[in-house]
Ligand binder design. Structure first.
Ligand code: 13P
Length: 137
């Protein structure tokens, strides 16, 4: 599965703790991230992460583009609901596209943990069926 990891600045420590706690699950998947989040996760865990631009410089949009081509299977986006972001339209676009394409999306730590448990129980296999159907179309 392709999993996107994104965290706003005040949520980055939470993302790092999350990635450490679930590194055994995450290491079995292809990880993508916005620039700074990806660097922090890689430095803390040693996990391989494909890094896009930083969020304010277009990283959310790059991940959004993957969602729009059905190439992203899960999004963990620890967003900060208490701080205004200069790139709010990009953030909203990413959340919107996740809903358009029915991509499992967690916007806080509690939901992110539920998605990790679902992933380890094999409850995300339906995404492979989506990919198979797409490649036949
Ligand atoms: O701003 C972000 C998401 O909207 C995150 O970007 P960074 O990971 O580069 O800080």
């Amino acid at each position: 599965m392709k999993i996107a990891l994104i965290a706003h600045d005040k949520k980055k420590p939470e993302m790092v703790d999350f990635a450490i706690a679930y590194s055994q699950v995450l290491k079995q998947h292809e990880l993508y991230a916005t620039g700074t989040t990806g660097k922090k996760v890689m430095d803390a865990t040693g996990l391989k992460v494909h890094r896009f631009q930083s969020g304010p410089l277009g990283g959310d949009q790059q991940i959004g583009a993957m969602i729009a081509s059905n190439e992203m299977d899960m999004v963990i986006f620890l967003r900060d609901p208490l701080t205004a972001q200069p790139h709010e339209p990009d953030v909203n676009a990413l959340l919107r596209l996740s809903d358009v394409y029915r991509i499992p999306l967690a916007t806080n730590l509690a939901s992110a943990e539920l998605l990790m448990h679902a992933l380890s129980r094999g409850e995300m296999h339906w995404r492979e069926l989506v990919h198979q159907r797409q490649s036949k179309a």
